[in-house]
Design a binder for this molecule. Structure first.
Ligand SMILES: [Zn+2]
Length: 274
């Protein structure tokens, strides 16, 4: 009996062939160096093994893919969104506080601005590879549960699992925000563009769409999406942010159900705060 228990323990501890051992990272607590280039520190800490060389104009991923680096441009907000450089991604600092006043500024959409080449290089270039990487994170709530299939690349599933576990500790009141699940992986371009949605990479989750609020559904026009009745609680949002998921509820063009794994923006905000 004792021998069997030991064998079981060994079997459980041994990782499956090719599987990645993941430990969730608390991005609000991870130590950050002082000084230096904040954008470089944020990107290289969020994605270990990568290298941003701004003078050389390159960002090299941990598996050796090179993406051109360009700084932020003096263009209209709509153009910035449309064809973003890496520098453009850092123009709107993500607010760490649960403060929805910054989003009243038209086009203040931290995280919605994405350099497509960077995202494809960090994550995936094709649907099959993205789909093959999916793993389930489960919200085990008070009276219900929900499964979210996200990528296991860079341990995103473990990050989401840690966030969901923390949300569940806040009690039965959380259930309605996560169930029904509003959608996770979906290889698609953003409507009207050839840029891939964050859902394509398996790094985005939508919680309950009924409670989330979405600017397009509200009939708002681009650059004028101010009225937003948020119902998502701070405990939920802060648990997601802690494990690297930014919230679309902080965007001018609000997407209150949408969370997206962008630890570089959490870290950049922490670095700016000093
Ligand atoms: Zn979404």
């Amino acid at each position: 009996m004792r021998r069997l228990a030991l064998a079981l323990l060994v079997a459980l501890a041994a990782p499956a062939a090719g599987a990645q051992t993941c430990t969730a990272t608390d991005w609000m607590a991870v130590p950050l160096p002082g000084g230096g280039d904040l954008m470089e520190t944020a990107l290289e800490t969020a994605y270990p093994g990568t290298d941003l060389d701004r003078p050389a104009g390159t960002f090299v991923t941990d598996d050796g893919r090179t993406v051109p680096y360009r700084g932020d441009r003096d263009v209209s907000p709509a153009d910035r969104l449309d064809d973003a450089t890496i520098g453009d991604m850092f123009v709107y600092p993500y607010p760490l506080a649960f403060d929805l006043s910054a989003r009243r500024t038209p086009w203040f959409d931290p995280g919605r601005v994405r350099n497509d080449a960077l995202m494809r290089a960090l994550w995936f270039d094709d649907a099959a590879a993205a789909r093959a990487s999916l793993a389930v994170a489960r919200y085990q709530g008070y009276s219900t549960s929900a499964d979210f299939a996200v990528t296991s690349k860079r341990c995103v599933h473990a990050q989401l699992q840690a966030a969901l576990d923390q949300i569940a500790t806040h009690g039965a009141g959380m259930d309605k925000f996560l169930v029904p699940n509003g959608g996770t992986f979906n290889w698609r371009t953003i409507s009207g563009t050839d840029r891939l949605s964050a859902h394509s990479f398996g790094i985005a989750v939508d919680f309950n769409t009924e409670l989330g609020g979405y600017w397009r559904w509200s009939g708002a026009q681009p650059g004028n999406a101010a009225a937003y009745d948020n119902r998502y609680p701070p405990d939920l949002v802060q648990a997601m942010e802690r494990y690297g998921f930014i919230w679309g509820g902080k965007w001018h063009h609000f997407d209150g159900m949408h969370f997206e794994y962008r630890p570089e923006l959490i870290l950049f905000a922490r670095l700016l705060r000093g």
